[in-house]
Write a protein that binds this ligand. Structure first.
Ligand code: HEM
Length: 449
């Protein structure tokens, strides 16, 4: 798997930090991974004042462990973040805390056990094959779009009874618009201003959110009327037992939105970045295609075993290190604490940045270079320096689902197709809620002989 050193693109790094107001302008305001100074990738803790908020960015894995595991009870999802995402995902699993969260997590957990996820491998394979059926030899596609349509089909087929309303181009656009508004809303929310109608992008995002929620509300109503036997029907029934009828309906809708969104956007971005990295490394792509072909052949007519894809798995892990689909997530301190010798007060925001942690100079050799070997070797790492799926009890409930899905889709695609760069196209990471290539990822696909 050894290949020449390859450093995929990342935004330029000024030597020192910019004043905080510079973050409110231009590319820095729009793109969460733009404008980080080289110093940030060398420090173990950053503390900033932002509009009266004290924000800590812990960059030592011990501090991440303290926030996410050892003293996790002291850290909740920030009130300001809940306010921002409430119109879209309400009080679903991702955006709630305490007893409410514990009960919901218990309800959904059964759907994400290893045997339950393995049983979905045929669904992942079908989505990959359905999508590739539309490709022509030598044609050029936006693989970000292709990946998103594929993971949308997967989430609709595996959790929502294959409902066609969740697979349309219109639904895809609504999600894009709603997410794009997310970064715009950040500023007025930080300033404590009402976010409603701040600008055209926000208004469009709010309209898209309402439309998406209306579609999902119709689905919940249908399950309540006894139509459909799927994840949504199951959580509606189980939540009814735990929370009562009225609350169960609200939470089923909030979780439908949570799982629809969190369950496909993130995996689509992981697939997109993996395809980009493969398209730039032809030799690696060919050797992984050999591994995938052998794994698929060994499984006969049955579902491919992802255990037979160790090199592809290492490549996916390296993809999520360099381009974590969720480049940041936040907590709010409920009481005082200390991180890396720095005092934390109740109300302080703890901003956890996989984007910075995964490229930190003290934690990784040659951090900006692609090297799947670091994962193939099962290297000597602190458990909390690599956290694409979060950590502790709030670890992504869909992590195994996402990894299995991405491996199965990639294995089937690279076995049949070769992915090639489009000359002259510049790939540029941009992130607000999730990290994606700006303007999509045009690639040329070539059928393998
Ligand atoms: C590559 C794909 C994915 C990545 C990188 C990812 C990343 C994350 C991260 C970082 C968190 C923790 C956020 C925090 O602690 O504040 C999270 C939580 C969550 N993810 Fe994922 N995710 C992925 C795929 C999925 C899938 C496929 C699903 C569902 C089918 C899903 C559903 C969720 C939910 C519901 C939570 C909240 C869990 C809780 O708080 O108990 N994610 N994800």
């Amino acid at each position: 798997m050894a290949s020449p050193r390859f450093v995929p693109p990342h935004p330029p790094r000024p030597s020192g930090p910019a004043p905080f107001w510079a973050g409110l302008l231009g590319e820095r305001a729009r793109n969460a991974v733009y404008g980080w100074s080289q110093q940030a990738f060398e420090k173990t803790h950053i503390r900033r004042q932002v509009f009266g908020w004290t924000v800590h960015i812990p960059l030592h894995p011990d501090s991440i462990q303290r926030v996410m595991l050892d003293n996790a009870a002291n850290y909740a999802k920030p009130a300001i973040v809940k306010k921002l995402i409430a119109p879209m995902i309400g009080r679903g699993l991702l955006s709630t805390d305490g007893e409410d969260w514990r009960k919901q997590r218990k309800v959904v957990a059964a759907t994400f056990t290893p045997p339950a996820v393995d049983a979905l491998i045929p669904v992942f394979r079908k989505a990959a094959e359905d999508k590739a059926r539309g490709w022509g030899d030598g044609a050029r596609f936006d693989m970000a779009e292709e990946a998103t349509a594929t993971t949308m089909a997967v989430i609709a087929d595996s959790l929502f009874g294959g409902d066609e309303r969740l697979k349309t181009v219109a639904a895809r656009r609504q999600i894009e618009t709603a997410l794009a508004a997310g970064s715009e809303i950040r500023l007025p929310a930080l300033l404590g201003l009402p976010v409603f109608g701040w600008n055209r992008k926000i208004r469009a995002g709010q309209r898209a959110q309402r439309e998406l929620r209306a579609t999902l509300r119709a689905l919940v109503q249908e399950r309540a009327d006894g139509k459909g036997d799927d994840f949504l029907a199951k959580i509606l029934g189980d939540m009814d037992d735990v929370f009562g009828d009225v609350e169960a309906r609200k939470l089923a809708l909030d979780n439908a939105a949570t799982f629809y969104l969190a369950g496909h956007e993130t995996t689509a971005n992981a697939l997109t970045w993996a395809l980009f990295l493969l398209s730039e490394q032809a030799e690696l792509q060919d050797s992984l295609a050999d591994e995938a072909r052998a794994a698929i052949a060994a499984s006969g007519d049955g579902p491919v075993s992802v255990e037979r894809l160790p090199c592809l798995r290492a490549m996916l892990d390296e993809t999520l290190r360099l381009y974590p689909s969720v480049p940041r997530f936040d907590r709010e301190a409920l009481g005082p604490d200390e991180l890396d010798g720095v005092a934390v007060a109740a109300g302080d925001i703890i901003s956890i940045w996989p984007w910075v942690l995964h490229r930190h100079a003290r934690l990784w050799d040659d951090p900006d270079a692609f090297d799947a070997e670091r994962f193939a070797k099962n290297g000597d790492r602190h458990r909390f320096q690599y956290i694409p799926f979060g950590a502790g009890s709030r670890t992504c409930v869909g992590a195994r689902f996402a990894i299995t899905e991405a491996l199965v889709i990639l294995a089937h695609w690279i076995t049949e197709w070769r992915f090639l760069p489009v000359p002259g196209n510049r790939v540029w990471p941009t992130g607000s809620v999730t990290l994606r290539p700006q303007g999509g990822l045009p690639l040329r696909v070539e059928r393998r002989a």
